[in-house]
Design a protein around this ligand. Structure first.
Ligand SMILES: Nc1ncnc2c1ncn2[C@@H]1O[C@H](COP(=O)(O)OP(=O)(O)O)[C@@H](O)[C@H]1O
Ligand SMILES: [Mg+2]
Length: 291
Protein backbone atom coordinates (compact mmCIF):
# COMPACT_ATOMS: atom_id res chain seq x y z
CA UNK A 1 0.00 0.00 0.00
CA UNK A 2 1.52 3.26 -1.11
CA UNK A 3 0.36 6.82 -1.70
CA UNK A 4 2.12 8.40 -4.67
CA UNK A 5 1.75 12.11 -5.29
CA UNK A 6 3.26 13.17 -8.57
CA UNK A 7 3.71 16.82 -9.62
CA UNK A 8 0.44 17.87 -8.05
CA UNK A 9 -0.62 21.46 -8.66
CA UNK A 10 -3.76 23.33 -7.63
CA UNK A 11 -4.55 26.91 -8.59
CA UNK A 12 -7.52 29.05 -7.52
CA UNK A 13 -8.09 31.84 -9.98
CA UNK A 14 -4.49 32.77 -10.77
CA UNK A 15 -3.18 31.78 -7.35
CA UNK A 16 -1.03 28.66 -6.94
CA UNK A 17 -2.03 27.00 -3.73
CA UNK A 18 -0.13 23.78 -4.38
CA UNK A 19 2.93 24.04 -6.52
CA UNK A 20 4.25 20.92 -8.25
CA UNK A 21 4.26 18.75 -5.13
CA UNK A 22 5.66 15.20 -5.36
CA UNK A 23 6.22 12.66 -2.60
CA UNK A 24 5.50 9.06 -1.63
CA UNK A 25 4.16 7.62 1.59
CA UNK A 26 4.09 4.02 2.84
CA UNK A 27 2.11 2.38 5.65
CA UNK A 28 2.14 4.03 9.07
CA UNK A 29 1.46 7.56 10.31
CA UNK A 30 2.82 10.28 8.10
CA UNK A 31 2.94 13.89 9.27
CA UNK A 32 2.01 16.81 7.04
CA UNK A 33 3.40 19.89 8.71
CA UNK A 34 3.15 23.52 7.69
CA UNK A 35 1.96 26.93 8.87
CA UNK A 36 -1.55 28.22 8.12
CA UNK A 37 -2.00 28.76 4.42
CA UNK A 38 0.67 26.20 3.46
CA UNK A 39 -1.82 24.14 1.44
CA UNK A 40 -2.37 21.19 3.83
CA UNK A 41 -6.16 21.27 3.69
CA UNK A 42 -6.12 21.73 -0.08
CA UNK A 43 -3.87 18.68 -0.49
CA UNK A 44 -6.10 16.60 1.78
CA UNK A 45 -9.29 17.67 0.00
CA UNK A 46 -7.66 16.69 -3.30
CA UNK A 47 -6.84 13.24 -1.91
CA UNK A 48 -10.40 12.87 -0.63
CA UNK A 49 -11.66 13.70 -4.19
CA UNK A 50 -13.50 16.78 -2.92
CA UNK A 51 -11.38 18.98 -5.20
CA UNK A 52 -9.98 18.47 -8.69
CA UNK A 53 -6.25 18.91 -9.28
CA UNK A 54 -5.21 21.55 -11.80
CA UNK A 55 -2.45 19.18 -12.94
CA UNK A 56 -0.49 16.19 -11.74
CA UNK A 57 -1.32 12.62 -10.74
CA UNK A 58 -2.06 10.72 -7.57
CA UNK A 59 -2.22 6.98 -6.97
CA UNK A 60 -3.52 5.42 -3.78
CA UNK A 61 -2.80 1.70 -3.44
CA UNK A 62 -2.41 1.45 -7.20
CA UNK A 63 -5.73 3.24 -7.94
CA UNK A 64 -5.68 6.54 -9.82
CA UNK A 65 -7.31 9.54 -8.13
CA UNK A 66 -9.36 10.04 -11.30
CA UNK A 67 -11.21 6.82 -10.44
CA UNK A 68 -13.29 8.63 -7.83
CA UNK A 69 -15.73 5.93 -6.79
CA UNK A 70 -12.91 3.42 -6.21
CA UNK A 71 -10.86 6.01 -4.33
CA UNK A 72 -13.76 6.90 -2.05
CA UNK A 73 -14.05 3.28 -1.05
CA UNK A 74 -10.50 3.22 0.29
CA UNK A 75 -10.16 6.74 1.70
CA UNK A 76 -11.52 8.02 5.02
CA UNK A 77 -11.45 11.72 5.77
CA UNK A 78 -11.83 13.77 8.93
CA UNK A 79 -12.10 17.42 7.84
CA UNK A 80 -10.57 20.30 9.79
CA UNK A 81 -14.01 21.79 10.35
CA UNK A 82 -16.54 19.07 10.76
CA UNK A 83 -20.14 19.25 11.75
CA UNK A 84 -21.99 16.39 13.30
CA UNK A 85 -25.60 15.78 14.05
CA UNK A 86 -25.72 17.47 17.45
CA UNK A 87 -29.14 16.21 18.39
CA UNK A 88 -28.35 12.54 17.69
CA UNK A 89 -26.79 10.15 20.15
CA UNK A 90 -23.31 8.80 19.38
CA UNK A 91 -24.85 5.49 18.22
CA UNK A 92 -27.45 7.16 16.01
CA UNK A 93 -24.86 9.43 14.39
CA UNK A 94 -22.51 6.52 13.73
CA UNK A 95 -25.29 4.37 12.29
CA UNK A 96 -26.44 7.17 10.02
CA UNK A 97 -22.90 7.85 8.80
CA UNK A 98 -22.28 4.15 8.26
CA UNK A 99 -25.37 4.01 6.07
CA UNK A 100 -24.14 7.02 4.10
CA UNK A 101 -20.79 5.26 3.64
CA UNK A 102 -22.60 2.33 2.10
CA UNK A 103 -22.31 -0.20 4.93
CA UNK A 104 -25.58 -1.93 4.17
CA UNK A 105 -26.38 -4.79 6.57
CA UNK A 106 -27.67 -3.76 9.99
CA UNK A 107 -25.69 -6.50 11.77
CA UNK A 108 -22.50 -5.50 9.96
CA UNK A 109 -23.02 -1.85 10.89
CA UNK A 110 -23.53 -2.80 14.53
CA UNK A 111 -20.39 -4.95 14.50
CA UNK A 112 -18.24 -2.17 13.06
CA UNK A 113 -19.72 0.56 15.24
CA UNK A 114 -19.29 -1.43 18.47
CA UNK A 115 -15.70 -2.21 17.52
CA UNK A 116 -14.85 1.39 16.60
CA UNK A 117 -16.50 2.93 19.66
CA UNK A 118 -14.46 0.52 21.77
CA UNK A 119 -11.28 1.54 19.94
CA UNK A 120 -11.88 5.27 20.33
CA UNK A 121 -13.01 4.72 23.92
CA UNK A 122 -16.54 6.07 23.51
CA UNK A 123 -18.52 2.94 24.39
CA UNK A 124 -19.69 4.53 27.62
CA UNK A 125 -20.89 7.60 25.73
CA UNK A 126 -22.83 5.66 23.09
CA UNK A 127 -26.18 7.02 24.28
CA UNK A 128 -24.87 10.56 24.88
CA UNK A 129 -26.00 13.31 22.50
CA UNK A 130 -23.19 14.47 20.21
CA UNK A 131 -23.61 18.07 21.39
CA UNK A 132 -22.86 16.99 24.98
CA UNK A 133 -19.43 15.50 24.13
CA UNK A 134 -16.16 17.28 25.00
CA UNK A 135 -13.89 18.56 22.20
CA UNK A 136 -11.63 15.52 22.52
CA UNK A 137 -14.59 13.11 22.43
CA UNK A 138 -15.96 14.80 19.30
CA UNK A 139 -12.59 14.35 17.58
CA UNK A 140 -12.53 10.70 18.57
CA UNK A 141 -16.05 10.29 17.22
CA UNK A 142 -14.89 12.06 14.06
CA UNK A 143 -12.10 9.60 13.51
CA UNK A 144 -14.40 6.63 14.27
CA UNK A 145 -16.73 8.00 11.60
CA UNK A 146 -13.88 8.31 9.09
CA UNK A 147 -12.92 4.68 9.80
CA UNK A 148 -16.39 3.17 9.38
CA UNK A 149 -15.71 1.73 5.92
CA UNK A 150 -12.25 0.47 6.99
CA UNK A 151 -10.26 2.73 4.65
CA UNK A 152 -6.71 1.98 3.53
CA UNK A 153 -5.85 5.68 3.69
CA UNK A 154 -7.12 7.72 6.64
CA UNK A 155 -6.78 11.49 6.26
CA UNK A 156 -7.08 13.62 9.39
CA UNK A 157 -6.82 17.39 9.05
CA UNK A 158 -5.47 19.16 12.17
CA UNK A 159 -7.27 16.81 14.53
CA UNK A 160 -5.39 17.99 17.62
CA UNK A 161 -6.35 21.66 17.22
CA UNK A 162 -8.30 22.85 20.24
CA UNK A 163 -7.54 19.78 22.35
CA UNK A 164 -5.98 20.06 25.78
CA UNK A 165 -2.55 18.43 26.25
CA UNK A 166 -3.93 15.20 27.72
CA UNK A 167 -6.51 14.80 24.96
CA UNK A 168 -3.80 15.52 22.40
CA UNK A 169 -1.63 12.69 23.69
CA UNK A 170 -4.57 10.29 23.87
CA UNK A 171 -5.63 11.19 20.35
CA UNK A 172 -2.13 10.69 18.92
CA UNK A 173 -1.97 7.27 20.55
CA UNK A 174 -5.30 6.38 18.98
CA UNK A 175 -4.06 7.30 15.51
CA UNK A 176 -0.98 5.11 16.00
CA UNK A 177 -3.33 2.18 16.62
CA UNK A 178 -5.20 2.87 13.39
CA UNK A 179 -1.99 3.13 11.40
CA UNK A 180 -1.30 -0.61 11.52
CA UNK A 181 -1.68 -1.95 8.00
CA UNK A 182 -2.83 1.35 6.54
CA UNK A 183 -1.65 4.89 5.84
CA UNK A 184 -2.68 7.66 8.21
CA UNK A 185 -1.97 11.15 6.92
CA UNK A 186 -2.04 13.63 9.79
CA UNK A 187 -1.80 17.36 9.22
CA UNK A 188 -0.80 19.82 11.90
CA UNK A 189 0.97 23.12 12.41
CA UNK A 190 2.43 21.87 15.69
CA UNK A 191 5.88 20.30 15.47
CA UNK A 192 5.29 18.28 18.63
CA UNK A 193 2.37 16.41 17.02
CA UNK A 194 4.59 14.91 14.34
CA UNK A 195 7.64 14.57 16.56
CA UNK A 196 5.80 12.27 18.92
CA UNK A 197 3.79 10.19 16.43
CA UNK A 198 5.41 9.99 13.00
CA UNK A 199 8.57 8.49 11.64
CA UNK A 200 8.38 10.37 8.37
CA UNK A 201 6.95 13.72 7.47
CA UNK A 202 6.41 16.22 4.72
CA UNK A 203 6.68 19.96 5.27
CA UNK A 204 4.72 22.33 3.06
CA UNK A 205 5.23 26.06 2.93
CA UNK A 206 3.28 28.41 0.65
CA UNK A 207 2.18 25.48 -1.48
CA UNK A 208 5.66 24.06 -2.04
CA UNK A 209 7.39 21.03 -0.61
CA UNK A 210 10.09 22.06 1.86
CA UNK A 211 11.02 18.74 3.39
CA UNK A 212 10.18 15.09 2.99
CA UNK A 213 11.86 12.37 4.95
CA UNK A 214 12.62 11.07 8.40
CA UNK A 215 11.84 13.44 11.22
CA UNK A 216 15.17 12.89 12.90
CA UNK A 217 17.05 13.84 9.73
CA UNK A 218 15.34 17.22 9.53
CA UNK A 219 17.75 18.61 12.13
CA UNK A 220 20.60 18.18 9.63
CA UNK A 221 19.06 21.07 7.68
CA UNK A 222 19.80 23.48 10.51
CA UNK A 223 23.17 22.06 11.59
CA UNK A 224 25.67 24.81 12.39
CA UNK A 225 23.03 27.54 12.24
CA UNK A 226 21.62 27.49 15.76
CA UNK A 227 23.40 29.59 18.39
CA UNK A 228 22.87 30.32 22.04
CA UNK A 229 24.20 33.35 23.89
CA UNK A 230 23.79 35.22 27.14
CA UNK A 231 23.23 38.92 26.62
CA UNK A 232 22.50 41.72 29.03
CA UNK A 233 19.12 43.37 28.68
CA UNK A 234 20.49 46.50 27.01
CA UNK A 235 22.34 44.48 24.36
CA UNK A 236 19.25 42.38 23.81
CA UNK A 237 16.89 45.30 23.33
CA UNK A 238 19.37 46.76 20.83
CA UNK A 239 20.02 43.48 18.98
CA UNK A 240 16.77 41.54 19.18
CA UNK A 241 15.83 42.26 15.55
CA UNK A 242 19.14 41.28 14.00
CA UNK A 243 18.67 37.51 13.89
CA UNK A 244 15.63 35.24 13.79
CA UNK A 245 14.92 34.38 17.42
CA UNK A 246 14.11 30.79 18.38
CA UNK A 247 13.73 31.60 22.05
CA UNK A 248 14.62 34.30 24.58
CA UNK A 249 14.35 33.58 28.28
CA UNK A 250 15.15 36.07 31.06
CA UNK A 251 17.96 34.76 33.25
CA UNK A 252 19.14 36.79 36.22
CA UNK A 253 19.91 40.29 35.00
CA UNK A 254 20.26 39.19 31.37
CA UNK A 255 18.68 37.11 28.63
CA UNK A 256 19.46 33.61 27.44
CA UNK A 257 18.76 33.66 23.71
CA UNK A 258 18.70 31.10 20.93
CA UNK A 259 18.91 32.47 17.39
CA UNK A 260 19.39 31.37 13.79
CA UNK A 261 22.48 32.64 12.03
CA UNK A 262 24.91 31.37 9.38
CA UNK A 263 27.81 32.86 11.33
CA UNK A 264 28.52 33.58 14.98
CA UNK A 265 25.89 36.21 15.82
CA UNK A 266 27.40 37.68 18.99
CA UNK A 267 30.88 37.45 20.53
CA UNK A 268 30.88 34.44 22.84
CA UNK A 269 27.80 32.84 21.23
CA UNK A 270 27.94 29.03 21.21
CA UNK A 271 26.70 26.64 18.53
CA UNK A 272 23.84 24.44 19.72
CA UNK A 273 22.49 21.10 18.50
CA UNK A 274 19.32 21.97 16.54
CA UNK A 275 16.03 20.62 17.82
CA UNK A 276 13.35 19.58 15.35
CA UNK A 277 11.50 22.77 16.18
CA UNK A 278 14.63 24.86 15.39
CA UNK A 279 15.05 23.04 12.08
CA UNK A 280 11.39 23.56 11.20
CA UNK A 281 11.66 27.29 11.84
CA UNK A 282 14.85 27.38 9.80
CA UNK A 283 13.04 25.66 6.90
CA UNK A 284 10.22 28.18 7.08
CA UNK A 285 12.68 31.02 6.51
CA UNK A 286 14.49 29.46 3.58
CA UNK A 287 13.31 29.87 0.05
CA UNK A 288 14.55 26.50 -1.25
CA UNK A 289 13.53 23.01 -0.29
CA UNK A 290 15.65 20.66 1.78
CA UNK A 291 14.89 17.19 0.46
N1 LIG B 1 -11.62 27.92 -2.25
C1 LIG B 1 -10.54 28.69 -2.25
N2 LIG B 1 -10.42 29.75 -3.09
C2 LIG B 1 -9.32 30.52 -3.10
N3 LIG B 1 -8.25 30.34 -2.32
C3 LIG B 1 -8.30 29.32 -1.46
C4 LIG B 1 -9.43 28.44 -1.37
N4 LIG B 1 -9.16 27.50 -0.43
C5 LIG B 1 -7.94 27.79 0.06
N5 LIG B 1 -7.41 28.87 -0.54
C6 LIG B 1 -6.08 29.47 -0.29
O1 LIG B 1 -5.14 28.45 -0.43
C7 LIG B 1 -4.06 28.61 0.49
C8 LIG B 1 -3.84 27.31 1.23
O2 LIG B 1 -4.95 27.07 2.05
P1 LIG B 1 -5.12 25.72 2.87
O3 LIG B 1 -5.01 24.57 1.96
O4 LIG B 1 -6.38 25.87 3.66
O5 LIG B 1 -3.85 25.78 3.82
P2 LIG B 1 -3.61 25.13 5.28
O6 LIG B 1 -4.60 24.05 5.47
O7 LIG B 1 -2.19 24.65 5.23
O8 LIG B 1 -3.77 26.24 6.26
C9 LIG B 1 -4.44 29.78 1.38
O9 LIG B 1 -3.73 30.90 0.93
C10 LIG B 1 -5.92 29.93 1.15
O10 LIG B 1 -6.30 31.27 1.30
MG1 LIG C 1 -5.94 23.68 6.94
Amino acid sequence: MELIIDHLTKTYGGKQVLNNVSFRVGEGIHGLLGPNGAGKTTLMRLLATLLEPTSGQVEIGGISLTDKSQIRRIVGYLPQEFAFYPGMSVLEAMDYLALLSGVKGRAERKRRIDHLLELVNLTEQRRTKVKALSGGMKRRLGVAQAMIHEPKLLIVDEPTAGLDPEERIRFRRLLSKFAEGRIVLLSTHVVEDVESTCEQMTVLHKGSLRYHGRIGDLTAAAAGRVWTAELDRAEWSRDSERFPVLSAVPEGAGMRVRVLSDEQPYPGAQQAVPSIEDAYLYLMRREEAFV
